[in-house]
Design a protein around this ligand. Structure first.
Ligand SMILES: *[C@@H]1O[C@H](CO)[C@@H](O)[C@H](O)[C@H]1NC(C)=O
Ligand SMILES: *[C@@H]1O[C@H](CO)[C@@H](O)[C@H](O)[C@H]1NC(C)=O
Ligand SMILES: *[C@@H]1O[C@H](CO)[C@@H](O)[C@H](O)[C@H]1NC(C)=O
Length: 323
């Protein structure tokens, strides 16, 4: 059956019910992106870049692969939705800087270089949902940057139902271990129902954060998975790990000398904290919780998927072509 494009987009918009948003992006006034604004459909890089950074509020439907030659800024009050499975971004990624109220769904972001897949910096109320992020493991740990990185006191972020795979460093919250004055009290972030597979580390890594990490499914993590440091706190529950080396740890590291605020060589980054909520299945991996914190509950309601159903639900539901 053929639909007129406007019928298709009405259907896509109808599925964008507020009920699907959970976690910290529901707080601080909520996250609605471009709801109530104009709608546009684009299929080329220049039109995409213009749409996401100028008009607002706006919902931007992307229908075709685009290669970006510069990091693309997304403005406040914007929703980006990939249509089907062909909204594929390559080249350079997206940047959300000093903005609020943005939703990004159903994009494939792969092999971007020069920066992260999505950088969220000095921004609030951001929802990253049902996207796929991947690169490769053949270029070494520093060839690609993060998949979703969050820094400079960003807050009220939800990262849900994404498929992160074949990458070294997935998701870092907190750019600088020596800048607690800026970041402490921010970085409230929820990661739920994401699928991580064949990733080395940072699923996520958390500094100065309050991160609720629930119902994610992990396969073949090579190094640290959920890792808090620099006093970051995580509430970890209902996650399932298969064949993963170190699902959860909280120990600090020696701060690299090239850290922007690096003190004397050998400075040590503080440990983080982790609390365990509803049961997790860590498989055969190692857990190293050096400190438990006081982050044991969240200010929103949420429903946990039963542990025995997490793998099937996440593998079937995460990534693109599912909304
Ligand atoms: C450190 O925090 C200050 C605000 O307290 C900010 O202006 C500065 O950009 C931050 N520096 C780094 C390297 O993160
Ligand atoms: C287990 O994970 C490692 C990476 O840590 C990978 O090389 C190996 O192939 C995985 N084993 C299976 C059975 O998937
Ligand atoms: C946990 O990590 C700390 C710091 O690296 C280390 O000293 C300790 O031996 C580790 N504990 C376990 C059980 O691996």
């Amino acid at each position: 059956m053929l639909f007129h494009p406007s019928v298709l987009f009405t259907l896509a918009t109808a599925s964008l019910t507020a009920a699907q948003l959970a976690g910290y992006a529901t707080q601080n006034g909520g996250t609605t992106g471009g709801a109530g604004g104009t709608t546009t459909t684009v299929s080329a890089a220049a039109a995409f870049q213009t749409a996401v950074k100028t008009v607002k509020p706006i919902t931007v439907f992307l229908t075709a692969p685009v290669h970006l030659s510069s990091q693309t800024s997304v403005a406040s009050d914007t929703t980006i939705i990939g249509v089907g499975t062909q909204a594929i971004l390559t080249g350079v990624g997206l940047k959300i800087s000093g903005q609020k109220n943005i939703i990004i769904r159903n994009l494939v972001i792969n092999k971007v270089t020069g920066n992260d897949g999505i950088t969220i910096t000095s921004s609030t109320n951001i929802w990253i949902d049902h996207n796929e992020f991947f690169s490769d493991l053949t270029h070494g740990p520093d060839f690609y940057d993060g998949q979703v990185d969050v820094n400079h006191a960003s807050d009220f972020v939800t990262v849900s139902w994404n498929f992160f795979h074949d990458h070294f460093k997935s998701s870092l919250v907190g750019g600088d271990p020596e800048n607690g004055s800026e970041d402490t009290g921010h970085f409230h972030i929820t990661y739920h129902h994401n699928y991580w597979k064949n990733v080395h580390t940072r699923t996520p890594a958390l500094r100065f954060s309050h991160a609720h990490v629930y119902n994610n499914y992990y396969e073949n993590l090579v190094s640290q998975g959920i890792h808090t440091r620099s006093l970051g706190q995580a509430l970890v529950e209902g996650n399932v790990f298969v064949n993963s080396t170190e699902p959860l740890s909280t120990y600090g590291f020696v701060i690299p000398d090239d850290s922007p605020n690096s003190g004397p060589a050998g400075d040590f980054e503080d440990d983080g904290f982790a609390n365990l909520g509803a049961a997790n299945d860590f498989g055969t991996g190692k857990i190293n919780i050096t400190r438990t914190g006081d982050f044991t509950s969240v200010p929103y309601s949420y429903s946990l998927t039963a542990l025995a159903s997490v793998k099937a639900a996440v593998v079937a539901g995460a990534g693109v072509g599912k909304i």
